[in-house]
Design a protein around this ligand. Structure first.
Ligand SMILES: Nc1ncnc2c1ncn2[C@@H]1O[C@H](COP(=O)(O)OP(=O)(O)OP(=O)(O)O)[C@@H](O)[C@H]1O
Length: 264
């Protein structure tokens, strides 16, 4: 099992953010996490990636409880997990080649990691990852000269280069235009499928979730509203999930407007 939550709950600053949640992701599964703003999607992804410690229940990552591990073992475990953020934390003065190369730092010794930060290495593989997100010409660009959408794609190139066993992505395409967003989610799915990696992706776009993922988890008020195969996610379930909310941003195309249903 790649990810297992057993009644795992989360409180932050005295507020209950996630009610006790139980879910499992088998190796190679591809799952979309949807729900209204404030539902707890980012918090769940952080809990799943050992960024937050549960205040109840248990989290197992790639078969291990991260909170029972000593620092070196925890570092090794985290190096097998990739995270994509809505706003990737890229150092302003760093070049794109170095930012992507940092994806593998966790797998290196301290000395090798330091060397890699000073001198870009493995440039051909890094360029390849960058070309896959259609940014091949930005290899030597400084990160503070990138647009928001380009920063998101550099964050994605970084995990393509890292090749993690479990990938946790929080709104990875929110700054991309609809066509590029569709291509990029398809790329993440195809890469994970080719490597047998597990994918959990939060998305505001229900269309993208339905188009690319065989299993959808709906989260609302810190609780799982449904956890179902794509075919069983009905319009009435979606209406209830987003009651009082808009399920997709205004510039995203409506259902049936050309986004393809990909076999995941
Ligand atoms: N550090 C924190 N301390 C207290 N409350 C927090 C903290 N971080 C998040 N929250 C609250 O937890 C709830 C869930 O937030 P979270 O960011 O996980 O939701 P989300 O579903 O990812 O939202 P969005 O789609 O808008 O990004 C929100 O009500 C938020 O205000």
């Amino acid at each position: 099992m790649s990810l297992r939550l057993d009644a795992a709950s989360l409180s932050l600053n005295g507020h209950r953010i996630l009610q006790p949640l139980t879910l499992q992701l088998a190796q190679g599964e591809q799952v979309a996490l949807i729900g209204p703003s404030g539902a707890g999607k980012s918090s769940l992804l952080l809990l799943a990636g050992s960024g937050h410690r549960p205040d109840g229940g248990n989290v197992q990552l790639l078969g291990q409880d991260p909170w029972q591990l000593r620092a070196p073992a925890l570092r090794r475990l985290r190096s097998r997990i990739g995270s994509v953020y809505q706003h990737p934390p890229l150092p302003a003065l760093q070049r794109v080649v170095t930012a992507i190369g940092a994806g593998q730092l966790g797998q290196l010794s301290t000395l090798a990691a330091l060397r890699r930060l000073l001198w870009p290495q493995d440039v051909a593989a890094i360029r390849d990852a960058l070309q896959r997100v259609q940014l091949g010409d930005k290899l030597w660009q400084r990160c503070d000269r990138l647009s928001g959408g380009q920063r998101q794609r550099v964050g994605i190139a970084r995990v393509l280069y890292q090749q993690p066993e479990l990938l946790l992505a929080d709104e990875p395409v929110s700054a991309l235009d609809p066509r590029l967003a569709d291509d990029t989610v398809a790329l993440l799915c195809a890469d994970a499928r080719a490597r047998g990696a597990t994918l959990l992706v939060s998305l505001h776009s229900v269309e993208l979730a339905l188009a690319h993922f065989p299993r959808l988890i709906g989260l609302r008020d810190g609780q799982i509203a449904f956890d179902l195969p794509r075919a069983e996610v009905t319009p009435s379930l979606l209406t209830a999930l987003y009651a009082g909310e808009q399920p997709a941003t205004a510039d995203e195309p409506a259902l049936g407007s050309g986004i393809r249903i990909a076999p995941c």
